[in-house]
Design a protein around this ligand. Structure first.
Ligand code: SF4
Ligand code: SF4
Length: 176
C-alpha cells in the first residue's frame, strides 16, 4: 500500500535534486519520466519500503529527509539492472550509492552496516576471526587441506577506513 507523505512546501529541500544531479552528470535523475521500468525489474522490489521510481520522484520533490531515512537505499543489491533498463538513461544505481554516502554523512546508517565496518576495523575480516571462531575456521580449513589464513595488514585497512570517511563510524579499543 502506498503511504501518503504530507509535508509543508517550506519543509521541502528544493536543492536536493541538483545536489544529486551535479554529481551524476549526464545520467541525471532530472530526465526521469516516472515510467516505472526501474521498479518493475528491480531484483529486491518486494523488500523495499520505497520502490526505485518513487525514490527518484521523492528526490525530485525535495523529500530529502524521507529518502535518506528510507531502508530502500540500503536494501538495493547494486545489480545495476535499473540503470541498464532505464529508457531515459538515468543511472539509478549510482544515484543510490550517492544517497548512501549522503545518509552516512548525516549519521543515518543501519547498525548492521556500521557494525560490519567496526568488525573490519577491529580484525581486518568481515567475519570476526578471533578466539573460538578462529579455532573453528582453522580446524575446518585444515580438514579441507586449505592453507592457513594470512592475517591482513590492519594498519592499511584502518588507514583506508579513515581516508574513505568511515572513521566516524568506528570506536578505537583502548588496547589499540
Ligand atoms: S526507469 Fe528511468 S525514467 Fe523510468 S521511472 Fe525509473 S529512473 Fe525514471
Ligand atoms: S541496482 Fe538496486 S534498485 Fe536497481 S535493480 Fe538492482 S537492486 Fe533494484
Amino acid at each position: 500500500m502506498v503511504e501518503m507523505i504530507k509535508k509543508n512546501a517550506s519543509d521541502l529541500d528544493r536543492d536536493f535534486r541538483y545536489e544529486i544531479s551535479e554529481k551524476v552528470g549526464a545520467k541525471s535523475l532530472l530526465k526521469c519520466i516516472q515510467c516505472g521500468v526501474c521498479s518493475s525489474g528491480c531484483t529486491v522490489t518486494e523488500y523495499v519500503d520505497m520502490q526505485p521510481h518513487r525514490v527518484v520522484a521523492s528526490c525530485l520533490l525535495g523529500l530529502k529527509e524521507e529518502v535518506l531515512s528510507s531502508q530502500a537505499i540500503w536494501t538495493c543489491s547494486l545489480c545495476h539492472r535499473c540503470t541498464e533498463r532505464c529508457p531515459k538513461n538515468v543511472d539509478y544505481s549510482f544515484i543510490l550509492a550517492l544517497l548512501r554516502n549522503m545518509a552516512v554523512k548525516e549519521g543515518k546508517i543501519p547498525k548492521e552496516y556500521s557494525g560490519t565496518v567496526q568488525v573490519i576495523y577491529d580484525n581486518g575480516f568481515v567475519v570476526p576471526y578471533t578466539g573460538g571462531l578462529k579455532d573453528n575456521i582453522d580446524r575446518r580449513r585444515n580438514r579441507m587441506g586449505l592453507p592457513e589464513i594470512v592475517p591482513p595488514n590492519l594498519d592499511e585497512i584502518r588507514f583506508i577506513i579513515k581516508e574513505t570517511g568511515l572513521g566516524d563510524l568506528v570506536k578505537e579499543k583502548e588496547d589499540d
